[in-house]
Design a protein around this ligand. Structure first.
Ligand code: KIV
Ligand code: ZN
Length: 386
């Protein structure tokens, strides 16, 4: 892995699956895991093995199936969780245990009724115990987004001392501003003793719609792993969307940060996850939404027909979408109508186009979107064609 490579840690099957009302069975998880490996993710977080026999089985089966990608299981800083995760991961070629504990003042007080020293001790013991089973141990400081930076640095030092090689800094509640999250990562890079033995990981939630921006600020400031889900699914407002962070890095090469993702698989896996989870993706969703490459206003359509780059910053083929769509509505102009008419076999002269366009506007005012059959009908019933 080069210094500029950002590892993609996919948690669709763990944090993503925490979407209320969504459940995947083991077979569905296996199908998705196989596609995640094809996509080129570096880590698949397959589940939380102690949480249920079903999750245990899924982690075990995914461990058997996946060949080259790291398979990870989540635990609390609890010995039994760690033992169960190790058991579920025993067939994995590259197993990782992801253990951790809440570190913010409110987690320490209300969740654990504890104190900072006890949390430091539990962090150390959990990582040390996990190291008995696997070499690759990632530590998470839950609610790191709202944890005091000095204390967070001490927690990270403890985890590194016990053998953690990845330090996950979750903005669990999606509260941080990008500048704040970036500064947190920078602070840890500069102040944690032994940080050269570990990489920092961004794990951002989307409660304020900032998960992608925060993750990008994180890697700009030195983190080298992003934890994310397909379509940004996850509890509450979801997690960082994998397709978004990957394409931000790809479309901004001057950042000099890359990933191992084969981006042309992004649209396909988005559809696969959406269908299996029964969660429909909003049409205006960046990168993979139905309208992400659709143009409907006359000015934009005219520009895109002349040159795609006038209104598109991504080539749709790069994310697995065959082509941009020119959608005909009452807001469309003559250029779009001529383009769509040509696609269904009509080369209209200027005179014909004027007549057809008038007929089209009457039709489009009544019917929201015009399909290919409508185009035939509009042209054939236009005066100039009769
Ligand atoms: O959001 C979070 O803090 C988490 C951890 C359990 C890693 O998902
Ligand atoms: Zn999370």
């Amino acid at each position: 892995m080069s210094d500029n490579n950002v590892q993609i840690f996919d948690t669709t099957l763990r944090d993503g699956e925490q979407v209320p009302g969504c459940k995947l069975n083991t077979d569905q998880k296996l199908i998705i895991a196989e596609q995640l490996e094809q996509l080129g993710v570096d880590v698949i977080e397959a589940g939380f093995p102690v949480s249920s026999p079903g999750d245990f089985k899924s982690v075990e089966e995914i461990s058997k199936l996946v060949k080259n990608t790291i398979v990870c299981g989540l635990t609390r800083a609890v010995e039994n969780d760690i033992k169960v995760a190790a058991e579920a991961l025993k067939y994995a070629k590259h197993p990782r245990i992801h253990t951790g504990i809440g570190t913010s003042a409110s987690h320490i007080k209300y969740k654990f009724n504890s104190n900072q020293d006890a949390i430091l001790e539990r962090a150390f013991e959990a990582v040390k115990f996990a190291k008995r089973f696997v070499e690759d141990v990632e530590f998470y400081a839950e609610d790191a987004g709202r944890t005091d930076n000095e204390f967070l640095a001490r927690v990270c030092e403890m985890a590194i001392k016990a053998g953690a090689t990845v330090l996950n800094i979750p903005d669990t509640t999606g509260y941080c501003l990008p500048s704040e999250y970036g500064a947190k990562i920078k602070y840890l890079k500069e102040n944690v003793k032994g940080i050269e033995k570990a990489i920092l990981s961004c794990h951002c939630h989307n409660d304020l719609g900032l998960a992608t921006a925060n993750s990008i600020e994180g890697v700009i400031n030195g983190a080298r792993q992003i934890e994310c889900t397909i379509n940004g699914i996850g509890e509450r407002a979801g997690n960082t969307a994998l397709e978004e962070v990957v394409m931000v890095l790809k479309q901004h090469p001057y950042l000099n940060l890359d990933t191992n993702i084969k981006t042309e698989h992004l649209y396909g896996i988005s559809q696969l996850v959406s269908e299996n989870m029964g969660i429909y993706t909003q049409p205006n969703k960046a990168i993979v939404g139905a309208n992400a490459f659709a143009h409907s206003s006359g000015i934009h359509q005219d520009g895109v027909i002349k040159n795609r780059e006038t209104y598109e910053i991504i080539n749709p083929k790069d994310v697995g979408v065959t082509e941009s769509a020119i959608v005909l509505t009452a807001r469309s102009g003559r250029a779009a109508l001529a383009y769509r008419a040509k696609n269904v076999g009509y080369e209209l002269t200027k005179l014909q186009l004027d007549a057809v366009y008038a007929n089209f506007l009457d039709f489009a005012d009544v019917n929201k979107e015009i399909n290919d059959t409508d185009i035939h009908q509009i042209i054939e019933t236009s005066k100039v064609y009769q």
